[in-house]
Design a binder for this molecule. Structure first.
Ligand SMILES: Cc1cc2nc3c(=O)[nH]c(=O)nc-3n(C[C@H](O)[C@H](O)[C@H](O)COP(=O)(O)OP(=O)(O)OC[C@H]3O[C@@H](n4cnc5c(N)ncnc54)[C@H](O)[C@@H]3O)c2cc1C
Length: 545
């Protein structure tokens, strides 16, 4: 068999290495990577059957190559399913163009950030080059507007130094992709404690403009990073928008997504002054204040597209299109952000705007005959095969269909899932797993990460994903906080549907992941325990053993 894998991120590297492990004598495995630096995982620690913690590492291509793994430096400029070949264009310093024939191909091309607005002061973070560019542009900046509420925004806001940060999020609380209001509140408390410690007891100032965790505006300096691991080295070519591109790449190349210490490249300095704008929708970024004001006025008009009008409808006060003159609205700025929020519509000046509003699969360069999901991802089912029987896809570039068959699993574009999918695709490609129906690989969503230096474990439908159609009264959550603000502080939140556990969030060292994994998979009715389920004096693992 001739196996070809495209992409040197976690999905591609895990897939290629697993194929080598499973390969029969005479099989060939080729991994195509534009970057000389490949991603991978090490230090895999199994915390429960499905819960794993690992370190993301970067390795030179030469270090990954083995006798049956050939790493080919270059960009895949095209895939021809009819002749089963991929056309490789040379990468900088790489070998000349080549054509690779395959019997089985796995595409692990990743995703690129969504761009909020095509203004030269709007930046996206994807790879080492994009972070270095951002770091260079931070020098001399006074105000940075961060838009988005996912992991990247959460981490970035904690790491930017020496500037004023306005963090615009649509949601009521920070980290909505990962945390409900309770968990976010716990984390905000941790942020404040970390900030106090860093300031030597001077104390953090809280901006309680809007009061309470729901709809609260606050000022916080975030610390630590989400994941620990190897230092991010160069990951090669430029990110969204950078560099020239081979044919069919839409004028954009992207290097491998960043490693866990990506924020080390940011300048050091005094903690940023962070102002959180909740329930806020950014309508656009403009070159002048007048343009931004005009955009707000347009959002109000009957000609505005539904999305803009809907965004403007966040404002209950009417008017106020930039006329208020807050301190964010004064002076000369290279960029102006038009924003609709609960306190009205406003414009604010900025030196830089970070678009951290999610990613979209990098699949536009691939043949149209490969079926796409509505989000643009290569459409795959549990066997990770695309609509072409000889082509598989794994990681951020694919969209898993048929999730409804997996009651406790959903797709999220994360390292954990890139690894899981890369390994699983290899097993199916090598014919080592029955690829019909729902595979056990997608039985339970789990993700282990770190926020504020604390271990955070997500298990199952931890935030009520997939439960939106259930009667509200049937869904119950219990949470507990121990030693808040202390060094050993922990937070646990569980979610039950008609007495059966569906998901959990565990922050800190709780040692509960295996017990909760079992409770979710076994479907045991634990409703009778009520909140006592989280009583720290009850040894749950013994009760349910
Ligand atoms: C700033 C940032 C922080 C993040 N933090 C976290 C985190 O803390 N935890 C977490 O779980 N996830 C995090 N993520 C998400 C995580 O990085 C991705 O989910 C994961 O890397 C996806 O792996 P992948 O292999 O599918 O894609 P990628 O890592 O994006 O790799 C895709 C590879 O394909 C290559 N490629 C694309 N097209 C071609 C082509 N035509 N020819 C050759 N090669 C090609 C690219 O160069 C790249 O090397 C973060 C992402 C970013 C951007």
């Amino acid at each position: 068999m001739r196996y070809v894998v495209i992409g040197g991120g976690i999905g591609g590297v895990c897939c290629a290495e697993e194929l080598c492990r499973l390969a029969a004598p005479g099989d060939e495995v080729a991994l195509v990577s534009a970057s000389p630096v490949l991603k991978g995982v090490s230090n895999v620690v199994r915390l429960a059957k499905y819960v794993e913690e690992f370190t993301v590492v970067e390795r030179d291509a030469e270090a990954v190559a083995t006798p049956n793994l050939r790493v080919v430096r270059g960009w895949v400029a095209g895939v021809d399913p009819a002749s089963k070949t991929v056309r490789v264009a040379p990468a900088d310093g790489g070998p000349p163009p080549a054509e690779l024939a395959y019997d089985a191909l796995c595409i692990c091309a990743g995703a690129r950030p969504k761009v909020l607005s095509h203004h030269e002061r709007v930046v996206t973070l994807r790879d080492t080059e994009s972070v270095q560019d951002f770091a260079a542009r931070l020098a001399g900046a006074h105000r940075v507007v961060v838009v988005g509420n996912g992991g990247i925004a959460l981490e970035l806001v904690g790491e930017v130094r020496g500037v004023e940060v306005v963090w615009a999020l649509r949601h009521a609380h920070i980290g909505d992709a990962f945390f409900d209001a309770d968990a976010a509140q716990f984390l905000l408390g941790e942020l404040t404690a970390a900030q106090r410690a860093r300031r030597g007891g001077e104390g953090a100032q809280q901006d309680e403009r809007q009061g309470g965790p729901e709809g609260q505006g606050s000022e916080a300096q975030c610390a630590e990073r989400r994941e620990s691991g190897a230092a991010a080295g160069s990951s090669g070519r430029g990110g969204g928008g950078g560099g020239g591109a081979p044919a069919g790449q839409g004028g954009r190349r992207l290097g491998a997504a960043l490693g866990p210490k990506w924020s080390d490249a940011l300048p050091h300095g005094a903690p940023a002054n962070v102002r959180i704008e909740r329930h806020a929708t950014v309508l656009g970024v403009y070159g002048t204040r007048a343009e931004a004001v005009a955009a707000l006025a347009y959002a109000d008009s009957p000609w505005a597209p539904a999305a803009a009008a809907g965004a403007a409808a966040v404002d209950g006060s009417g008017g106020g299109s930039g006329g208020g003159g807050s301190e964010l609205d004064r002076g000369e700025w290279p960029a102006w952000v038009a924003l609709a929020g609960p306190e009205g519509r406003t414009v604010m000046g900025a030196d830089l705007v970070v678009s951290a509003i999610g990613v979209e699969p990098a699949t536009e360069w691939l043949p149209a005959c490969l079926e796409r999901a509505p989000d643009g991802g290569l459409s795959v089912r549990a066997d990770l095969r695309t609509s072409d029987p000889s082509i598989w896809a794994a990681g951020d570039c694919c969209t898993l269909r048929g999730e409804e068959q997996a009651p406790h699993f959903f797709q999220m574009r994360l390292w954990t899932q890139a690894r899981l999918m890369g390994l699983w695709a290899a097993q199916v490609m090598a014919g080592r797993q029955e690829d019909s129906g729902l595979s056990f690989a997608f039985e339970l969503f789990t993700h282990v990460t770190r926020f504020l230096g604390k271990k955070v474990v997500f298990v199952g439908l931890y935030n009520g994903q997939k439960l939106g159609t259930q009667p509200r009264g049937d869904v119950v959550t219990y949470s507990r906080t121990l030693d808040a603000g202390g060094p050993g502080s922990t937070f646990v939140r569980v979610l039950l549907l008609r007495g059966r556990m569906q998901g959990a969030v565990l922050i800190g060292d709780t040692d509960l992941e295996e017990t909760f994994e079992n409770l979710i998979l076994d479907g045991l009715d634990v409703g009778g325990y009520g909140p006592a389920l989280l009583d720290p004096n009850i040894e749950l693992d013994h009760v349910f053993d």
